[in-house]
Design a protein around this ligand. Structure first.
Ligand code: PMP
Length: 423
């Protein structure tokens, strides 16, 4: 971020930003750019789910979906998602509504039981730590906090986490039991892991014999361009590198069909799958197979999934375009901001001058525009540079989004120019 600004111009720019902010505050807006929720129009695309399974209750293999059982989930649904999640159907499990819940359960089972390869339960160890690429997903960090798992931040690059750091930390500290990864269109900076990153994650040495990569492929099919990004297959790479149990793959249909009533997936080595199913057998007699059947009937096959996501993209593209257009028009060339231009996923990351993010979020809130709290993208809510703001453009209608973005850029100018004037 370089400031291409002559000091003489600053008073006038600050004056204008103050006037714009006063006008913004006077409008009494009430807009929300916080969470990455699908908009109602996106949910409408899957409305037919509400009338499925349309009297049917038998799965392809003859299973009566109304009854107990079927811990691994319906094969016809697992077949639809297997390619997208890069997990063989036999190693893929289809479960309940939320992949976050599944990540929570995997942590609990690792703490209270033993993951394959573990010498002891995690809870019996003095210290447990996870590597946390930053910026990252606040709910991953919240899970670590919930269970007393220490978080070690690792900087993200456009190709994934800084692998020199990841390798150093994983090899040097047996308390490091895992890493959070959102490999495609990551939350929040849209980064996609390069082939080299995937290969290094699979092959690196880890001091903990039970080290796990929590591979949260939440945006595997959520493309925003004509050139879908393909990431390398980590599960296969781990097996080829002699570390078959290293990865837990997570995914869900939350942002494909209904965020509140989708299907979550778990993929891993045969040993890990047996481990999860044995644990699940204690907590449930089987997942909601009626929901799984209606998903299978609705999406039909992998091509049906792709076609559905193309319709999602038609709704989302104008919103992401508007974010880019407004940021460029209002902040381009000011030296006050940098931002990502993701090829998929749900978020844009805005970087403002150091020490300004919290103040921008506060000013926006006072003007009626709610943003994700600054710092949420970092472990313990602490962004040491106080510079990262996550923008979630999907939920508001187009006009509200554009108003919110214009307002946000006004706040960035106000806070940025105030800071420059003070320095
Ligand atoms: N992982 C990531 C990276 C996400 O961004 C989200 C939703 N914001 C989730 C998981 C939540 O997934 P689910 O609805 O399947 O619990």
């Amino acid at each position: 971020m370089t400031t291409e600004l002559s000091p003489d111009a600053l008073p006038e720019l600050l004056e204008r930003a103050r006037k714009d902010y006063a006008a913004l505050a006077a409008r009494g807006l009430s807009l929300d750019l916080t969470r990455g929720k699908p908009a109602p129009a996106q949910l409408d695309l899957a409305e037919d789910l509400l009338s499925l399974p349309d009297g049917r209750h038998t799965a392809a293999d003859g299973t009566d979906v109304r009854n107990y059982g079927g811990l691994q989930g319906l094969p016809e649904l697992r077949e639809i998602f297997a390619d997208a999640l890069q997990v063989p159907v036999t190693q893929l499990v289809a479960l309940g509504n939320s992949s976050l819940e599944l990540m929570h359960d995997c942590l609990v089972h690792a703490l209270l039981g033993r993951v394959p390869g573990a010498e002891s339960r995690w809870v019996d160890q003095e210290r447990i730590a996870f590597l946390c690429p930053v910026p990252g997903y606040d709910r991953h960090f919240a899970l670590c906090e919930r269970f007393g798992i220490e978080m070690i931040p690792v900087p993200m690059t456009p190709d994934g986490p800084d692998m020199d750091e990841v390798e150093r930390l994983a090899a040097g500290d047996a308390a490091v039991k895992g890493i959070w990864c959102v490999p495609k269109y990551s939350n929040p900076d849209g980064a996609c892991y390069s082939d080299e990153t995937v290969a290094r994650l699979a092959a690196m040495s880890a001091a903990a014999p039970d080290f796990r990569i929590f591979w949260d492929n939440a945006y595997a099919v959520h493309h925003l361009t004509d050139e879908p990004v393909e990431t390398a297959d980590l599960l296969a790479a781990c097996a080829a590198s002699g570390n078959p149990d290293r990865v837990f793959v997570f995914g869900s249909s939350s942002k494909v069909t209904f965020a509140g009533s989708g299907v979550a997936f778990f993929g891993a080595s045969p040993d890990n799958v047996r481990w999860l199913l044995a644990n699940n057998a204690k907590r449930s007699i089987g997942p909601d197979k009626v929901n799984q059947l209606r998903h299978a009937l609705f999406l039909r096959d992998a091509a049906g999934l792709r076609a559905h996501m193309a319709r999602q993209r038609e709704l989302l593209r104008p919103k992401f375009d508007a974010v880019q257009r407004i940021l460029a028009a209002e902040l381009g060339g000011t030296g006050l901001a940098e931002w990502t231009d993701p090829k998929g996923g749900y978020f844009v990351t805005l970087r403002v001058p150091d020490g300004c993010a919290k103040e921008v979020v506060r000013r926006a809130s006072e003007a009626g525009i709610v943003l994700t709290p600054a710092g949420a993208t970092h472990p313990y809510g602490d962004d040491p540079r106080d510079a990262t703001i996550r923008i979630a453009p999907t939920f508001p209608v187009q006009d509200d989004l554009e108003q919110a973005m214009l307002g946000l850029t006004t706040c960035v100018r106000l806070v940025g120019y105030e800071k420059l004037s003070a320095s």
